[in-house]
Design a protein around this ligand. Structure first.
Ligand code: C5P
Ligand code: MG
Length: 297
């Protein structure tokens, strides 16, 4: 009897057997997916990070730009500024992903990074009407299988909250140009504030960086009506800071977290397996999230 019960409750997903998939507790993952499946699409919400989670980390051996780095286009900023932004990236990105430092330790440094870059961008008087072209000419790229992911969530009327410490205006343009900015997509991010002539003058609201997503979750996500009554959460991220994106979900029942481990694999593997339910090592596709979604919805 027990064996039959097991078959009924456990989700069978062959994609989870791939060698790039690591799980601390496979049985728990299957139970959670099984419970989410029984509850159905009407009880589900998906919360995802953007840069290096929905977008690829690298393509043909070259890093894919984050939303901030897309703004480095010569159309928008001058060479000197672009160089400064790259230098800041070289200084702070290694800190962001350093397995030897705590999030608490990194937090003030992330604020430094984002604040300096935002100030530089504002000084450049970026023009709103050039953003679309800069995105078009960039090498921004969503993960393979992204269309299946976005389209399925739309078909099943499952809200997708994209929660990004990147730049919202750029993020929107990336998903618009890939034809997946569907009505079920909701975004929390850093948005640009343009003056009447369409020139960047500030960033709106409270700064979101990699390690303060919990605050954004509590102040913004928890208030989104479309997410209410959906206690099951599929969470996707590439940073440990992304794990707090679901902190605003009240009365949650089942949360399954998927972490893309893109960089510093050996140094961070243990930490990621301890922190995320499913870890995808150097996987540039949406294959596993899509297989899980197909099972749940
Ligand atoms: O969408 P997500 O929250 O992942 O966006 C934040 C990412 O953007 C960070 O992981 C960081 O590495 C990157 N970033 C960047 N340049 C900045 C600030 C952040 O590439 N100036
Ligand atoms: Mg990210």
């Amino acid at each position: 009897v027990l064996a039959i019960w097991h078959q009924l409750t456990k989700a069978e997903i062959p994609e989870l057997a791939k060698c790039s998939v690591l799980m601390r507790d496979r049985s728990r993952v299957e139970d959670t997916i099984g419970a989410m499946q029984r509850a159905g699409a009407g009880r589900l919400q998906v919360i995802s990070d953007f840069d290096m989670t929905l977008t690829r980390f690298a393509h043909n051996g070259k890093r894919v730009p984050t939303t901030h780095n897309i703004l480095g286009h010569r159309l928008l900023i001058d060479e000197d500024c672009s160089k400064k932004i790259r230098e800041l990236l070289n200084t702070y990105y290694p800190i962001e992903i350093d397995a030897g430092r705590t999030a608490e330790d990194k937090l003030p440094l992330m604020v430094e990074w984002w604040t300096q870059v935002h100030e530089l961008l504002i000084q450049q008087r970026i023009r709103k009407d050039l953003l679309a072209q800069a995105v078009k000419e960039s090498s921004a790229m969503l993960r393979e299988g992204y269309k299946v992911f976005f389209d399925r969530l739309t078909e099943q009327q499952v809200p997708l909250l994209i929660f990004s410490a990147g730049v919202g205006d750029v993020l929107e343009e990336v998903i618009r140009q890939n034809n997946v900015f569907h009505p079920n997509v909701h975004i929390i991010s850093n948005y640009m504030d343009f003056d009447q002539t369409g020139v960047l003058r500030a960033f709106k609201g409270q700064l979101i960086h990699t390690f303060n997503k919990r605050e954004g979750a509590l102040s913004h996500a928890s208030g989104l009506r479309v997410l209410q009554g959906r206690p099951n959460v599929l969470l996707l991220g590439d940073s440990l800071g992304d794990l707090t994106m679901a902190d605003g979900v009240s009365e949650h029942q089942n949360i399954l977290t998927i972490g893309f481990l893109n960089d510093q694999m050996d140094e961070r593997k243990e930490l990621y397996v301890k922190s995320f339910d499913v870890v995808l090592v150097k996987d540039e596709t949406m294959e596993v999230p899509n297989a899980i979604l197909k099972c749940i919805t």
